[in-house]
Design a protein. Structure first.
Length: 320
């Protein structure tokens, strides 16, 4: 059951209010990302901005290259600290955020280091192809191949059996689409034991919370999310096809999922709707709602972020 009190503005912590105001002001100061070339926006993200400071890159990350549908496909690999974990307990396949048009596999190394060290998992992040250069279904096909490799040769290479998957925003959408493809195309409904789905973009036709959000850019706004969908999915493709928007898919037979979202996220409805359908399909899991949390709020340090990350740690640990 969802506690309605979580949506009461009185539940929002002062630290969260301050952070949200700072993010909105920082985005307003740096201008409209759609007014400059896509390549420049990508470069700014890698360098970090006031609105989204860059996360440090891991010194222990490796690159593993497999055959992909568009050529060599890189997987960024971060292993657990060997002093703590003599043997791997499992793997976490991570799919990065960025609206299918921005982002890269090395922009969230601290999250993956944390999962590796807390859970004893080897973490692999997919360097999937980006739109508009590579529109739908290129990103999905890359992630699908990465999942198939991990569920096949990867198990033997790492000496593991427990596989988990997850991502943020567009990455959460791709994670669910991968699970659906494994079930429907490859007959592998339970290849992965669970999914860690953070602020997913599950309806590219746009849920009411996206449509009604408006211009305020608290990380993202209505225009951003609309443009993401427009750039990723070509004209003429129904945005609410189940193979585009997993909210409309048959979800039966999928593994348990942890859904994480803040109440001040334009994609709030996506998580509320998808988690309800996930539960109705009998898949199990948990929905964690955080008062005042912005889009992928775990990107910003704070007490609420730490609570959310600790819950993700426990969820993933229980799957090994």
């Amino acid at each position: 059951m969802i506690d309605h009190a979580l949506f009461d503005p009185a539940m929002i912590e002062p630290e969260t209010k301050r952070l949200n105001a700072e993010i909105v002001a920082a985005h307003a100061a740096q201008g409209d990302p759609w007014s400059i070339p896509m390549t420049e926006v990508r470069a700014r993200r890698r360098q970090g901005t006031q609105a989204s400071p860059a996360m440090p890159r891991s010194a222990r990350a490796e690159t593993l290259t497999i055959d992909g549908p568009g050529g060599p496909l890189d997987l960024r690999v971060i292993r657990p600290n060997p002093k703590k974990w003599a043997k791997l307990r499992g793997a976490y396949l991570h799919i990065h955020r960025g609206g299918w048009v921005w982002g890269s596999a090395d922009e969230q190394d601290p999250w993956l280091e944390r999962i590796a060290d807390v859970c004893g998992f080897v973490c692999l992040s997919v360097e999937y192809r980006l739109a508009p250069e590579h529109p739908y279904p290129a990103a999905l096909e890359d992630c699908e191949v990465a999942a198939l490799w991990l569920a096949g040769p990867g198990k033997a290479e790492f000496g593991i059996s427990a596989l988990t998957i997850g991502g943020e925003s567009a990455g959460a959408q791709l994670a669910v689409m991968v699970l659906l493809r494994l079930r429907d195309t490859h007959g592998l409904p339970r290849a992965f034991r669970g999914a860690n789905l953070n602020a997913g973009f599950f309806d590219l036709g746009l849920t009411p919370s996206v449509r009604n959000w408006g211009a305020e850019r608290l990380v993202v706004n209505t225009e951003d999310l609309t443009r993401f969908a427009d750039v990723y999915v070509r004209d003429g493709i129904d945005r609410r096809r189940p193979d585009v928007s997993p909210l409309y898919a048959n979800l039966k037979g999928l593994p348990p999922a942890l859904f994480t979202v803040g109440t001040h996220d334009p994609l709030l409805d996506d998580t509320l709707y998808m988690s309800a359908r996930w539960a109705a399909a009998g898949n199990g899991g948990h929905t964690a709602i955080y008062p005042g949390g912005c889009h992928v709020f775990v990107r910003y340090p704070g007490a609420m972020t730490e609570r959310a990350l600790e819950l993700m740690d426990r969820f993933l640990m229980a799957l090994a």
